[in-house]
Design a protein around this ligand. Structure first.
Ligand SMILES: [Zn+2]
Length: 114
């Protein structure tokens, strides 16, 4: 389950921010996990909830957004939406697509209590 190491990476980011910005508790954490990031949302949420115990994330509301994947099709010379890596172009069926969006896992917002 690589979601566990992803969750641990997110927790490290949050704890580093807590040290730097001197806050003790996070009330809301918004994460973006693109459709092409290879992350299973439920597994990530579960891992975060387990690891959040006794950290500043303990009582945080965790929101995970999953923007659709975007890829560049060399046949159509267009950007098309895809739901997973390896999907064909919806317009021409070409499989030579280069992912251009929806590949990231990142923290997009954190609301904190002092
Ligand atoms: Zn195409």
């Amino acid at each position: 389950m690589h979601e566990v190491s992803l969750a641990s990476g997110i927790l490290k980011i949050v704890e580093a921010a807590a040290l730097r910005e001197q806050f003790a508790r996070v009330s809301l954490l918004r994460i973006e996990a693109g459709a092409l990031a290879g992350v299973e949302e439920r597994a990530l949420r579960f891992a975060l909830e387990v690891m959040a115990r006794d950290t500043c994330l303990q009582d945080a509301l965790i929101e995970i957004e999953t923007p659709p994947g975007e890829a560049w099709c060399s046949e159509c010379s267009a950007t098309v939406n895809i739901m997973a890596r390896g999907d064909p172009c919806g317009q021409c069926g070409n499989y030579q697509l280069r992912p251009t969006g929806g590949t990231e896992l990142r923290v997009i917002e954190m609301m904190v209590d002092d």
